[in-house]
Design a binder for this molecule. Structure first.
Ligand SMILES: Nc1ncnc2c1ncn2[C@@H]1O[C@H](COP(=O)(O)OP(=O)(O)OP(=O)(O)O)[C@@H](O)[C@H]1O
Ligand SMILES: [Mg+2]
Length: 510
């Protein structure tokens, strides 16, 4: 029998009527990258949270390096060498990277400059060894998402973790950052660590893991050697039936200009310029992709267009009329919908149920209320129908949406944003955290919206998604559009270069 570094046997976890983990057996070995796959809500995060002490199992046992382990808190897990990097980082924004890493560490009463220097050196050495670079003495809020993730990983290593769990680590990374992360995982593996990672990106899984375990509806379905499987088999195991990967037909559907933005200048939260003379347009029936590395103005662009942020100069013309002031209400009434970057921060109210979240933007309309009183029964039916149509898995209509799995939250948000047939949808990373089936569903919806004459501004870091869906791809860098290419002439490499700020070569894309 092999000596597993992690072994979970018969693990059961129930949340009310939902059995999130149903007699799950799982094992991982030192020196391997083990991927955990499954549809949204399959139970991946739940199982990993039990290994890392966030949840306690109702039944079953966990062995670490062959010994029965009592994991009742993240601290217990840390002492056993288990560290988890969550999808929503748990860093203190105002503290520096180094302070976050040593946080909670027992130390002498006096932390002099010598102590700090020594800690910085230890952190630098770990970063060096595993290829995890970030500015050690800058506060977290100044770091990019990729850098923050590196801080989280170094934090687990610093605390001596040899079993490292990463929950959807690449869904927030740019393609370049993801490559770097995989290099780090290779080094971890070589140094004998156990790496367990959940993800929805099959190509990544196939390229970077040694073994793959697949969960479906709370059950562990199979564990396979990566070298002996492929995308289709994995999809079939995840979904539980044959899967066909459909190719969309695309016909030109472009109509009149719907959104025209001219020389827009916008300030960021910290005063510096976020958009610096940005111009673009979206026509009816057109999907315009905006490619770029996070932090180049995408967030501010989406906010301005959806009425969440004001602009300094320049003009926005929507549906033929100039937009005068930033107003969320105004944007909604004009027919602009928004799938924001951070669904729990600005898209959904976590403590409310599905009905309230679905009604968020339309409760004032005649369809949903009369004389200021909500049509409760009708709204429930309407919500029920949307939840079914968009395949949102929720125990009850009133279950607080923060208890839904990540992918199901995204589906709910999407359901709301397309339910009123928007003229323009501003979608920021719309398939982040979605499984294969749900991703295809969102892509179909965007194409449907396009087909019915709606415009879509698709802001994404996922080049595959942009290439597949966009009629035109614009590259944003430093708050301006520095390049443009159409669907036929889109060239991955060229776009990648432009994302890094390197302008096109002579004679290539405009
Ligand atoms: N704290 C909680 N309270 C109630 N139900 C929960 C809680 N956490 C998870 N669940 C439920 O357990 C099931 C499994 O969720 P989990 O988050 O483990 O799925 P997942 O495989 O990680 O999905 P995703 O890919 O969408 O992140 C879901 O049905 C979810 O609604
Ligand atoms: Mg999850």
């Amino acid at each position: 029998m092999q000596d597993h570094s992690v072994e979970m046997r018969g693990i059961v976890k129930r949340f009310g009527s939902v059995t999130a983990s149903d007699q799950v057996d799982f094992s991982a070995n030192a020196g391997e990258v083990h991927a955990l796959l499954g549809e949204n809500g399959a139970g991946k995060s739940t199982v990993m949270s039990m290994l890392s002490g966030v949840y306690r199992a109702d039944e079953g046992e966990i062995l670490i390096h062959g010994k029965p382990a009592r994991i009742r808190s993240p601290k217990d897990a840390a002492l056993l060498g288990v560290g988890m990097v969550f999808q929503n980082f748990r860093l203190v924004q105002t503290l520096t990277a180094a302070e976050n890493i040593v946080l909670g560490e027992k130390s002498s009463f006096w932390r002099g400059s010598k102590w700090i220097k020594q800690k910085h050196e230890e952190i630098d050495a770990l970063g060096e060894q595993f290829g995890l670079k970030f500015p050690v003495d800058r506060p977290i809020w100044q770091l990019s998402v990729g850098e923050q993730q590196r801080v989280e990983i170094v934090k687990t290593l610093y605390r001596g973790a040899d079993i490292i769990i990463l929950d959807e680590p690449t869904s927030v990374l740019t393609p370049g950052e993801a490559e770097q992360l995989f290099e780090t995982l290779r080094v971890m593996k070589q140094s004998g660590k156990t790496v367990i990672m959940t993800t929805h990106k099959m190509k990544e899984v196939l390229a970077s893991s040694d073994r793959i375990s697949v969960m479906r509806k709370g059950k562990m379905i199979a564990t396979l050697a990566t070298a002996q499987t492929d995308e289709l088999e994995l999809a079939r195991l995840m979904v539980g039936r044959e899967v066909t990967i459909s190719r969309q037909e695309r016909e030109a559907t472009q109509g009149e200009p719907l959104l025209v933005v001219n020389r827009l200048e916008v300030s960021a939260d910290h005063g510096r310029k976020a958009l610096d003379g940005l111009s673009l347009s979206v026509c009816e029936g057109e999907i315009v992709g905006v490619a770029g590395v996070a932090g180049n103005g995408q967030k501010e662009l989406a906010e301005v267009l959806t009425g969440l942020r004001t602009w300094r100069s320049g003009e926005i013309i929507f549906d033929g009329s100039p937009v005068k002031t930033a107003s969320v209400r105004g944007a909604i009434d004009a027919g602009i919908s928004h799938v924001p970057e951070n669904r729990m921060k600005s898209g959904l109210a976590g403590r409310l149920g599905s009905v309230d979240n679905l009604l968020f933007k339309s409760y004032r309309t005649e369809e949903h209320s009369k004389f200021g009183i909500l049509k409760a029964a009708k709204n429930r039916l309407w919500s029920q129908e949307l939840v079914q149509r968009f395949d949102v898995k929720t125990p009850e209509l009133d279950t607080p949406v923060q208890q839904l799995s990540g992918g199901n939250q995204q589906k709910l948000l999407f359901a709301r944003e397309v339910s009123h047939k928007p003229k323009l949808m501003v979608a920021v990373h719309p398939t982040q955290g979605l499984d294969v089936g749900a991703t295809a569903g969102v892509h179909d919806l965007l194409m449907e919206l396009r087909g019915s004459g709606g415009g879509v501004l698709l802001i994404s870091e996922d080049l595959d998604e942009l290439l597949q869906l966009s009629d035109r791809i614009l590259v944003i860098f430093g708050g301006a559009i520095i390049g443009e290419t159409d669907h036929e002439h889109a060239d991955r490499e060229q776009i990648g270069l432009m994302m890094a700020g390197i302008r096109h070569k002579e004679g290539s894309a405009v």
